[in-house]
Write a protein that binds this ligand. Structure first.
Ligand SMILES: [Mn+2]
Length: 326
C-alpha cells in the first residue's frame, strides 16, 4: 500500500474551488456518511463550492443525515470541477454516471479502505486498515485542523457503525472505538441512530427478509449458505434495492457456516453477488477472478449471466477456496 499523505490531500482540498464529492453506486451507510462528513469538513476548511453527487437514491435510513438533502443525482450537476474526491471506492467505473462529471481539468483524489491494488486518481489514500471510509475522513479532519462538529460526528458515526456492523466485524479496531468515542462525545443520540439505521424497516424490507430467509440452503455439510432473491421477489415484496442491505448477515450467523452467498437477480442477464467469509478466507480474493472486490470479510461482484449460471460459477469458485481450508 502506498504511504498515505494526508497533509498533501489537505493542501489540495484547500486549493480547490469547485469540488465534487462522490462514492460508489448503490451507496451504503459508509458511502453516504463519508461523503457528507467530508463535505462538512470542506465547508469548515475554506468554503469552496461543494457538490455531493451519488448515482441512485440515498437509502431512506440515511436520508435524515445532515446535508443528505443536498446530495444530487449526477444529471443535476454542472461541471466543470477542479477537484473530485471519490470516497469508499477506488475505481472510477464504480461511481456510475457521476464519472461523466469528471473532465480533463478535474484532478481526482481517492479516499478508500477497500483491498484495491490499482486505484484510479491523481492522489490516492487507500488503506484497508481503516474500518470505514468515514474513519479515514476523521483522520483527514484532524490533519486539516478542522474542529469536530456534531454534523461531522453524526455522518462519520453512521459510516463507522454501518461498516463495522456496530463494531462487531473483524475490521473493528481500537482506533475505530477511539474515534467513535470522540464522535459520541459530541452528544450523539446513539440509541436513536441505531434504531433508524439498523432496526426500523419498511414493510417491503420485512417481506423481503422473510423471502430471503426461506430461500437459504446449506451446502457442503453446512459450510456454505446460499440465499437467492429474484427480480420477482423484489417486485412482489414492493421492496427496493436498498432493502437487501445486510440481509446476508442473517444467514452468515448460522453456526458452522464459513461462506455465505447472496445472489440477487437484477434481470435475466445480471446477478449481483454478495459474499461473507469467516476468518482465514479472503472474500475479496475469492471474487477477484469474477471481477469483484471488497474486503477480507465481505465482498461483492456483478455477474453478467443468468441466475442459475451465476450460482454454479460462483459456487465452484467458493468450493475451490474452501478446498484449501482445513
Ligand atoms: Mn466502506
Amino acid at each position: 500500500m502506498p504511504e498515505i499523505d494526508l497533509d498533501e490531500i489537505v493542501h489540495r482540498l484547500r486549493a480547490a474551488e469547485r469540488v465534487l464529492i462522490t462514492s460508489h453506486i448503490a451507496p451504503d451507510g459508509d458511502a453516504v456518511g463519508a461523503v457528507l462528513a467530508l463535505s462538512h469538513v470542506l465547508e469548515a476548511l475554506h468554503q469552496p463550492t461543494v457538490v455531493c453527487a451519488l448515482e441512485g437514491c440515498v437509502p431512506e435510513r440515511y436520508a435524515w443525515l445532515p446535508g443528505a438533502d443536498k446530495i444530487r443525482k449526477p444529471e443535476e450537476c454542472a461541471p466543470p470541477f477542479d477537484l473530485a474526491v471519490i470516497v469508499d471506492v477506488a475505481q472510477l467505473d464504480r461511481v456510475g454516471e457521476t464519472a461523466k462529471l469528471i473532465t480533463e481539468e478535474t484532478s481526482v483524489i481517492v479516499l478508500d479502505h477497500h483491498l484495491e491494488k490499482k486505484p484510479d486518481g491523481d492522489l490516492v489514500a487507500v488503506d484497508p486498515a481503516y474500518a470505514a471510509a468515514g474513519e479515514l475522513i476523521v483522520d483527514l479532519m484532524d490533519a486539516a485542523g478542522v474542529p469536530l462538529t456534531r454534523d461531522i460526528a453524526l455522518c462519520a458515526y453512521v459510516a463507522l457503525t454501518t461498516d463495522t456492523g456496530s463494531f462487531k466485524y473483524s475490521n473493528t479496531t481500537v482506533r475505530s472505538h477511539q474515534i467513535a468515542a470522540r464522535l459520541v462525545a459530541t452528544g450523539l443520540p446513539v440509541t436513536e441512530i441505531a434504531r433508524r439505521v439498523f432496526d426500523e424497516m419498511s414493510q417491503g424490507r420485512f417481506r423481503l427478509l422473510v423471502r430471503f430467509v426461506n430461500s437459504v440452503t446449506l451446502l457442503d455439510g453446512g459450510r456454505i449458505a446460499v440465499g437467492t432473491l429474484s427480480a420477482a421477489d423484489l417486485a412482489e415484496c414492493e421492496a427496493r434495492e436498498e432493502d437487501t442491505e445486510g440481509l446476508i448477515n442473517l444467514a452468515h450467523n448460522i453456526r458452522g457456516v464459513e461462506v455465505t452467498m447472496l445472489f440477487r437477480e437484477v434481470d435475466d442477464t445480471t446477478v449481483k453477488l454478495s459474499l461473507r467469509s469467516r476468518e482465514g478466507l479472503n472474500s475479496a480474493e475469492i471474487l477477484s477472478t469474477l471481477g469483484g472486490g471488497g474486503h477480507t470479510a465481505a465482498a461483492g461482484a456483478t455477474l453478467e449471466m443468468p441466475l442459475q449460471q451465476a450460482m454454479s460459477v460462483a459456487l465452484r469458485r467458493v468450493r475451490e477456496s474452501l478446498a484449501g481450508q482445513p
